[in-house]
Design a protein around this ligand. Structure first.
Ligand SMILES: [Zn+2]
Ligand SMILES: [Zn+2]
Length: 331
């Protein structure tokens, strides 16, 4: 089969590799589509051993072994990429996103930038009728924002500021609105992405710090919930600490590099900072349902589709501010 290997820093290469075989409890998926995640780009920045990445994928069941859990060959499925043990104390409490033995399909196992991939049967979810395999791959990032919203608790009537208008940010603002947020603003230096936010709903306030360094667009708004989804090295967390109102909650989801915050401001405002990681199995299920029912707009976020032969171009586009979500299809 053909597969896209990560072979160097931001470097993908399509190679022939043996079609994988399955064990009991696993299925072979003929892949339809695989999205490029922000974390794939993060991994590509420090590529090591050549491997097949991609954890946001959908496809058709080509073979299945062991307990099929009601699935049949030929069915269209999308993958919850998180493998959870179901046994540890976190799994038992329903906090399975913190599973002690967590592994991710496409990170610890070969992923979806290929013609075929192997997945555990228990990680498959049926694609609802009418939902395209490309759009179904957006369940993973949507699930992350549902998890963040759950952690935020009561969002009703709160003014919210989201840093980053990539796939996560553009899902996040929609989820905040659905859960009753008052004013919702989104910050990004990529004007193209802010335009997508405006298209989703003109009531979203957009801030572009490269043309509005003083954040005039949100002057006078008391932000009670601030969500960092920009990642990279932008000084978003220090900004959130300074900009958030007293008693605000700041969720840190994407930024990974160490950073300094104004501790004085943080303490005297009695602000709260909470890390947020991944999603639960329940969040993922809900995300697939919401996309299937059209309760959330994923279509506006899906800006580019490439074939597997052009996986390098796809990665290049995913790093460009001109794209939001880039998806790769075997053919
Ligand atoms: Zn992802
Ligand atoms: Zn566990």
């Amino acid at each position: 089969m053909k597969a896209g290997f990560l072979v160097g820093i931001y470097k993908m290469q399509v190679k022939e590799t043996p079609k994988p075989t399955i064990a009991d409890g696993e299925a072979l998926i003929a892949i339809s589509a695989c999205g490029i995640c922000g974390s794939d780009i993060h991994d590509a920045a420090r590529a090591q051993e050549p491997r097949i990445p991609g954890h946001e994928f959908s496809g058709t069941i080509a073979e299945i072994r062991g307990d099929a859990l009601g699935f049949k060959v030929g069915e269209q499925v999308v993958l919850d990429p998180i493998m959870r043990c179901g046994q540890c104390s976190f799994c038992k409490q329903g906090k399975d996103h913190l599973c002690e033995k967590m592994a991710v399909i496409g990170c610890q196992t070969p992923g979806g930038f290929a013609e075929f991939a192997v997945v555990p049967n228990k990680n498959m979810r049926r694609i609802p009728a009418g939902l395209s395999p490309e759009l179904a791959t957006l369940a993973d990032p949507l699930a992350v924002t549902l998890h963040a919203a759950d952690i935020a608790g009561d969002i009703k009537g709160k003014n919210c500021l989201v840093y980053g208008a990539g796939t996560l940010g553009l899902f996040m603002i929609q989820v905040l609105k659905m859960r009753g947020a008052a004013k919702v603003a989104v910050v990004d230096i990529a004007q193209e992405r802010l335009e997508v936010a405006k298209k989703l709903d003109p009531s979203f306030i957009t801030v572009n710090p490269s043309t509005d360094p003083q954040y005039k667009a949100v002057e006078g708004i008391n932000f009670e919930l601030l969500i960092e989804l920009a990642g990279g090295s932008a000084p978003t967390l220090p900004d959130a600490v300074n900009r958030g109102g007293k008693d605000c909650l700041i969720l840190l989801i994407a930024q990974r590099a160490p950073t300094e915050i104004n501790c004085w401001n943080f303490m005297f405002g009695e602000k709260r900072l909470q890390g947020v990681f991944g999603q639960t199995a329940k969040n993922y299920k809900q995300a697939v349902e919401m996309l299937g029912k059209g309760e959330i707009n994923g279509k506006a976020l899906l800006t580019h589709v490439f074939t597997l032969d052009k996986v390098q171009e796809a990665y290049d586009m995913a790093r460009s501010p001109k794209s939001v979500k880039v998806v790769v299809k075997p053919k």
